[in-house]
Design a protein around this ligand. Structure first.
Ligand SMILES: [Zn+2]
Length: 462
């Protein structure tokens, strides 16, 4: 067994990329079923099931891969976070042979000595550019933040001194740099969002091997041609990415996304606008549950309804159940055709999922026939884009009579409409009494369920 360790640089994205790079080398040399990647908390252990003395085989494979893939400056330049200037230095020009011996070591230290490579390996080095580790834009040593003050105007030494982000990255050894690039091209989801480039690296929480590892090394290209409209809020990006590739749901479950947003590029250099480590579990639960959930996100995108996307994101990710009513309202009110007379309804499957899984409302409330009957009446007004009743119910407070009063008012209008021969359903007295009884015991649940059911297509029982 050959055990290779990533260098413990303190950059989570860089570590993951190097690990995937090593896994790719192992997979090419001895087959992917004999490679295991393990997150050891801060670094990765990549185990390749082969004789201990087989390291030269891995090294030859790595050097061949470098020659085949990373000898072209153009390809390297396509990597977000690599400028044309650094691309020329990074490329494997065939003049060096890269050994993997140093990855057998794991003598970790939690600080860097001055002028040491971030990976603490010696040998030929490169700048640890944003393309390797997006977080280098924020700090460039593992044991602290660089707080040295520099003149505001670098040409005028007498100008006031300000703390600024280090612009010159620390160095990294070329072997780590090339492995990170290999890992990026074989594992990261890269795409463009208006004028920004986005890189999402799947970071394994535990061990990855076999089928899952194969999927990780193969599925990244699915997004490359995707175009994502620029106005999508940053926070909702994981939801949008995963909706574009719903097939990933079954193998990304134990992964987080390390997402970096970069702008600039070309010869001017990159800026990191944001980085985020996002656990995917809640998103995948939503996406995996039903194709209707995926369709809801696609509908929001199609209708440029970014406000709705943001609300849905908070509901799914942070489990903010108090946003459910507002989300139903936004979803309904913003059709692509603004002149449309009818409010848009949520799919029943999605409504039930949100009520059950996010709001944790009991089936007794969600499936209550009297509540469904009252929701049917409320839905009549929602379809007409007459949102007053739904809003008042949504905002009703427990200690007031708002809930009962709004319903009474709605039923009065309903009866009036019925007299004018409109096709409106009205609940009977007993049903109304039952809803009030239910609301007395679990007010918030009943209120939320009633609104969401009214904002969604009727279920099978109606
Ligand atoms: Zn190194």
């Amino acid at each position: 067994m050959i055990r290779l360790n990533t260098p413990f640089t303190g950059y989570p994205d860089l570590e993951a990329k190097i690990a995937y790079g090593l896994a790719r080398v192992g997979a090419e040399a001895v087959g992917i079923e004999r490679v295991v990647v393990e997150n050891r908390g801060g670094y990765y252990l990549v185990q390749v099931e082969t004789e201990e003395n087989n390291l030269p085989l891995l090294e030859r494979t790595f050097n061949t891969l470098c020659q085949r893939i990373l000898s072209s400056k153009e390809l390297i330049f396509l990597t977000p976070g690599v400028t044309s200037r650094s691309a020329g230095k990074i490329r494997a020009d065939g003049s060096d042979f890269f050994s993997l011996e140093k990855y057998k070591r794991h003598d970790f230290m939690f600080a860097n000595r001055k002028n040491q490579n971030v990976c603490r390996h010696s040998g030929k080095s490169l700048g640890n550019v944003l393309g390797f580790a997006a977080s280098t834009s924020y700090h460039n040593k593992r044991d602290g933040v660089d707080v040295a003050l520099t003149p505001r105007n670098t040409r005028d030494k007498t100008s006031p001194k300000v703390p600024r982000r280090p612009t010159n990255p620390r160095n990294i050894c070329k072997t780590c740099g090339l492995l990170a690039l290999l890992g990026t091209w074989f594992s990261a989801f890269m795409f463009t969002m208006a004028d920004r480039e986005v890189v999402a690296v799947p970071v394994a929480r535990k061990r990855t091997s076999g089928k899952v590892l194969r999927q990780i090394l193969a599925c990244h290209h699915l997004l490359r041609k995707e175009w994502i409209p620029g106005r999508v809020p940053e926070k909702a990006i994981p939801l949008v990415i995963l909706t574009r590739i719903p097939s990933t749901a079954y193998f990304l479950r134990d992964f987080d996304f390390f997402i970096s947003f970069m702008s600039g590029g070309g010869n001017r250099g990159y800026h990191v606008d944001a980085i985020a480590m996002v656990p995917l579990e809640n998103y995948l639960g939503f996406i995996d549950h039903s194709p209707y959930n995926v369709a809801v996100v696609l509908n929001l995108l199609k209708r440029d309804c970014y406000e709705g996307l943001q609300a849905l994101n908070e509901i799914i990710f942070y489990r903010k159940k108090d946003l459910l009513g507002r989300f139903g309202r936004i979803y309904s009110a913003k059709p692509s055709n603004q002149d449309s007379k009818h409010g848009i309804l949520l799919y029943t499957e999605t409504a039930i999922y949100l009520l059950k899984e996010v709001a944790m409302i009991s089936p007794e409330v969600i499936e209550n026939r009297s509540l469904a009957s009252l929701a049917r009446t409320l839905r009549y007004f929602v379809r007409e884009k007459k949102y007053g009743y739904a809003d008042d119910i949504r905002n009703a407070r427990k200690d007031s009579k708002d809930f009962e009063d709004t319903i009474a008012k709605m039923l009065r209008e309903g009866r009036l409409r019925l007299e004018q021969n409109e096709k409106i359903h009205l609940p009977n007295e007993e049903e109304i009494r039952e809803v009030f009884r239910l609301a007395h015991n679990s007010f918030e649940e009943v209120k939320t369920a009633l609104t969401i059911l009214a904002f969604s297509f009727p279920g099978g029982t109606e």
